[in-house]
Design a protein around this ligand. Structure first.
Ligand SMILES: C[S@@+](CC[C@H](N)C(=O)[O-])C[C@H]1O[C@@H](n2cnc3c(N)ncnc32)[C@H](O)[C@@H]1O
Length: 457
C-alpha cells in the first residue's frame, strides 16, 4: 500500500501554482509560514479515510484543521500561541447566518455612530478611553510595544477606533460571534501594519473584512452541510513538547505538521499587538516559544542545540500519540545561523529514525518567492521539504543521553565543516570578514560544551 501511495506522491506536482490557496475560511487571517491547504489536503486524502483522526501539534492558523473538517476527518490542533488557537477555532466553527447578517448590521450602526461622535471630540476623550484600556490590561502600550515602525502605526485616530470596536465586541454576549469579530479585528490590525498609506482607514477596512469573512463563512457552512460525517475539532493552547492528558497514546491515524523554524521567526514579537488588543494571555507563549529569533542572540548555535532538543521531545510526543503503522508528515525548511545553512529537514530525519520511525520519502518543493522566508535579504531559503515517516512498533525511549549524543554529533559535523567554510548562507549585503568566520568556530565549540546545560527542560 505504501509503495502505491509513494509512487503517486512522486507523480504529483507539489507546487500547486495554478490553484487557489485562499478558499473558504483559509483567508480569514494572515499568518507567517503557514502552509498552503493543498499540502494537508493531498496527505489527508491519500493517507486516511473518513472518520480518522489527524493531529497537528504546531497548528498555527489551523490550515490542517480546516482541511480535516471539510474532508470529514476528526482534527486535533495544538499551538502555544493563543492567537493561533483563536484563529483556528474561528476558522473551524460554523456561524449562524442570522448572526452574521442581523447582529452585524446593528453592531455596525452602533460602532459607526460611536466613531463619528468621537471624531468630533477632543484628545481628552481618546486619552480617557486609552487610559481605561491600559488600566484594565495593566499595561502601558508605549512601554511594552517592541517595534517602533509598527508602534508608529497606532496613531491617536487608529487607537481610538480600535478601542471603540473592541469595547463594542466585548459587550456581545455570544462567545462565538465575539471570537469571529475579534479575529476580524486582529486581521485588520495586521493589514494596518502592511499598509503603506499614511491615512489607513481602520474602521472601513474592518467593516469590509467582516463582510468578506461573513460571505466566506456562509460558503463554509454550505460546504459542511454537504458532508455526511460531522468531524470533531479539538484545539489546545498548549506545548508540542508535552501534550495535555486528553490526547491519549496511539489515538491518532496521521500527523501533519510544520514545526516552527529555528532562528527565522519570532511569533511572540510579530503578534504582540494583536495579543494585547485581543486581551489574550501571552506570558506562557513568550517564555516557551521554540526556535524564536529573539533567543540566544550572543550565540545562535546554542539556539540550534536547544531547538534540536525541543524537536526531539516534539517528535517523541508525536510518536507516542500515533497509532502503529500510522503516518507522520513533517514540513520543514532550512535556516541560516551565523552565515551557515542549517539543513533542518535532514536533522529531523536523524531524530525521527533514532526514535524508531521509518523514513519513507522526502518531497521537495519551492517556497513562495514572495514570502519573508525566501527573501534574499533575510533567509534566502528557496525550498521546503515534506518528510513522510511511518510509525513502527519499534519505539525507542528518549533519554537525556540519547539527546546529548545525537545533538553532539550533529554539531560536531558543523564544527568540522566550519573550519574550511566561507559561509554557506550569506545574506544579501552581509559584510562577512575572516575574523567573523573564525568567531563561528569559537561559538560552535562553546555551544557543544554547553549542550548538557542547554537541553535541560
Ligand atoms: C510554521 S508555524 C505553523 C503554521 C501552520 N502549519 C499553518 O498552516 O498555519 C509554527 C507554529 O509553531 C508554534 N509554536 C512555537 N513553539 C511552540 C511550542 N512549544 N508548542 C506548540 N507550538 C509552538 C508557533 O506559534 C507557530 O504557530
Amino acid at each position: 500500500m505504501d509503495k502505491d501511495i509513494l509512487d503517486k506522491f512522486s507523480r504529483i506536482n507539489w507546487e500547486f501554482t495554478e490553484e487557489n490557496t485562499q478558499y473558504l475560511t483559509h483567508s480569514f487571517h494572515q499568518y507567517p509560514a503557514r502552509f498552503i491547504p493543498q499540502i494537508p489536503k493531498v496527505l489527508i486524502e491519500n493517507l486516511t479515510k473518513k472518520g480518522d483522526t489527524i493531529l497537528d501539534p504546531f497548528c498555527g492558523c489551523g490550515t490542517t484543521l480546516v482541511e480535516c473538517q471539510i474532508n470529514e476527518r476528526n482534527a486535533i490542533g495544538i499551538d502555544l500561541n493563543p492567537l493561533a488557537c483563536l484563529i483556528s477555532k474561528v476558522k473551524t466553527t460554523p456561524l449562524d447566518e442570522q448572526k452574521l447578517v442581523v447582529f452585524w448590521k446593528s453592531l455596525k450602526e452602533e460602532i459607526n455612530k460611536e466613531i463619528m461622535k468621537s471624531k468630533n471630540s477632543s484628545l481628552d476623550f481618546f486619552l480617557n478611553q486609552k487610559t481605561d484600556y491600559d488600566n484594565r490590561n495593566k499595561i502601558s502600550l508605549e512601554i511594552i510595544l517592541p517595534n517602533r515602525r509598527k508602534s508608529a502605526k497606532f496613531t491617536e485616530d487608529i487607537t481610538n477606533e480600535i478601542l471603540i470596536i473592541k469595547d463594542k465586541i466585548n459587550d456581545i454576549p455570544d462567545q462565538e460571534f465575539r471570537d469571529f469579530l475579534n479575529i476580524g479585528l486582529s486581521a485588520t490590525i495586521y493589514s494596518c501594519f502592511d499598509s503603506r498609506s499614511r491615512k489607513f482607514d481602520f474602521w472601513r477596512t474592518f467593516e469590509r473584512r467582516i463582510e468578506r469573512m461573513s460571505n466566506l463563512m456562509i460558503g463554509y457552512n454550505l460546504q459542511l452541510t454537504k458532508t455526511s460525517y460531522k468531524p470533531k475539532v479539538k484545539i489546545f493552547n498548549d506545548d508540542a513538547r508535552r501534550y495535555p492528558e486528553e490526547i491519549s497514546r496511539e489515538s491518532v491515524d496521521l500527523v501533519i505538521t510544520s514545526p516552527t523554524y529555528v532562528n527565522v521567526f519570532d511569533y511572540y514579537r510579530i503578534h504582540i499587538y494583536n495579543l494585547i488588543f485581543l486581551e489574550l494571555d501571552y506570558e506562557n507563549f513568550r517564555q516557551k516559544e521554540m526556535g524564536a529569533h529573539r533567543r540566544n542572540k550572543e550565540n545562535r548555535f546554542r539556539l540550534l542545540t536547544e531547538y534540536l532538543a525541543d524537536m526531539y521531545r516534539a517528535i517523541q510526543e508525536i510518536n507516542k500519540a500515533t497509532k502503529t503503522n500510522g503516518h507522520i508528515c513533517i514540513v520543514a525548511g532550512d535556516s541560516c545561523i551565523e552565515f551557515e545553512r542549517i539543513h533542518t529537514h535532514k536533522h529531523f530525519i536523524t531524530l525521527g529514525k533514532s526514535l524508531g520511525l521509518r523514513h519513507l520519502k522526502t518531497i521537495t518543493r519551492n517556497i513562495d518567492p514572495g514570502s519573508k522566508y525566501a527573501n534574499r535579504a533575510i533567509g534566502n531559503i528557496e525550498k521546503e521539504h515534506i518528510l513522510i515517516f511511518k510509525k513502527t512498533d519499534n519505539r525507542i525511549d528518549l533519554t537525556k543521553n540519547l539527546i546529548i549524543s545525537k545533538i553532539n554529533s550533529i554539531l560536531t559535523k558543523y564544527e568540522e565543516h566550519i573550519k574550511t567554510s566561507k559561509g554557506t548562507c550569506i545574506r544579501e549585503n552581509a559584510k562577512l570578514t575572516k575574523e567573523r568566520l573564525l568567531l563561528n568556530q569559537e561559538k560552535i565549540r562553546k555551544a557543544i560544551d554547553k549542550i548538557p546545560l542547554d537541553i535541560i527542560k
